[in-house]
Design a binder for this molecule. Structure first.
Ligand SMILES: [Zn+2]
Length: 239
């Protein structure tokens, strides 16, 4: 996959739209000066851009674009998810870890976009760099809890750690007798369950632990105490 060292990976779906700009920035790179972003709490709260100018004024894990402001999220291993709908030129940025994903943050973003004129048939959703199933081990207790929820799609995980042929550093080593969970794919399945068109969902498949630039994984830092910095992902409509 094409990945420029300074600007981060590109999305095939978003690159089709000349009316917007976006970036999945590498760790440590500063966000655009006028960007709106919330005080992120792994919640399902989705607000409007102006509610988080100045940044972190309110608690939110998703922001809907307004007034051509870049809406941003900061992530380490969680999913940065960018939304774009060409109908009314709507955009949104969402921070979705496991907790927020299970809490409905993606659905809330979709609801707010639909209220503002987006449609399920045209909405594009791109899942950016995040910890992949190659490195994301979870305890069995968490999986058992998720399996008790009957509103979820089939859970994407494996008892064997998947090999990642594109890794540029060693994959995470098992820390417990757990399972290897595919969070980007859970998000994808939830989007499909919600009626988003399969061809309009893109998963960039860049694992922050073993594939992205160093310093971008919270979990890698907990294993090696190597330090980490947030990655900003943002999107805006052009003025
Ligand atoms: Zn990995």
């Amino acid at each position: 996959m094409a990945q420029h060292p300074h600007s981060g990976p590109r999305s095939r779906l978003l690159d089709e739209f000349s009316w917007l700009e976006y970036a999945f920035q590498p760790a440590g790179q500063p966000v655009p000066a006028n960007a709106a972003y919330g005080q992120q709490r792994h919640s399902a709260n989705v607000l409007l851009a102006n509610q988080n100018i100045p940044p972190k004024r309110c608690e939110s894990d998703g922001l809907i674009g307004e007034d051509h402001l870049p809406v941003a999220v900061y992530t380490a291993d969680c999913l940065p998810v960018l939304f774009a709908d060409p109908q009314q030129q709507q955009v949104a940025a969402v921070h979705a870890g496991l907790k927020g994903t299970l809490g409905g943050v993606l659905n809330n973003a979709i609801d707010r976009l639909l209220e503002r004129g987006a449609s399920r048939e045209t909405l594009r959703v791109v899942i950016g760099p995040a910890i992949g199933p190659c490195c994301y081990e979870l305890g069995n207790d968490l999986v058992t809890q998720m399996q008790d929820r009957h509103d979820l799609p089939p859970l994407p995980y494996s008892t064997q750690q998947p090999h990642n042929a594109q890794a540029i550093r060693p994959q995470a080593r098992a820390q417990q007798d757990g399972i290897w969970f595919d969070l980007p794919n859970l998000a994808r399945r939830l989007l499909l369950q919600r009626g988003i068109v399969a061809e309009h969902i893109e998963v960039l498949n860049v694992c922050t632990y073993c594939m992205a630039e160093s310093g971008s994984s919270y979990r890698y830092n907990t294993h090696f105490d190597s330090g980490y910095q947030s990655r900003f992902s943002w999107i805006r409509t052009r003025g």
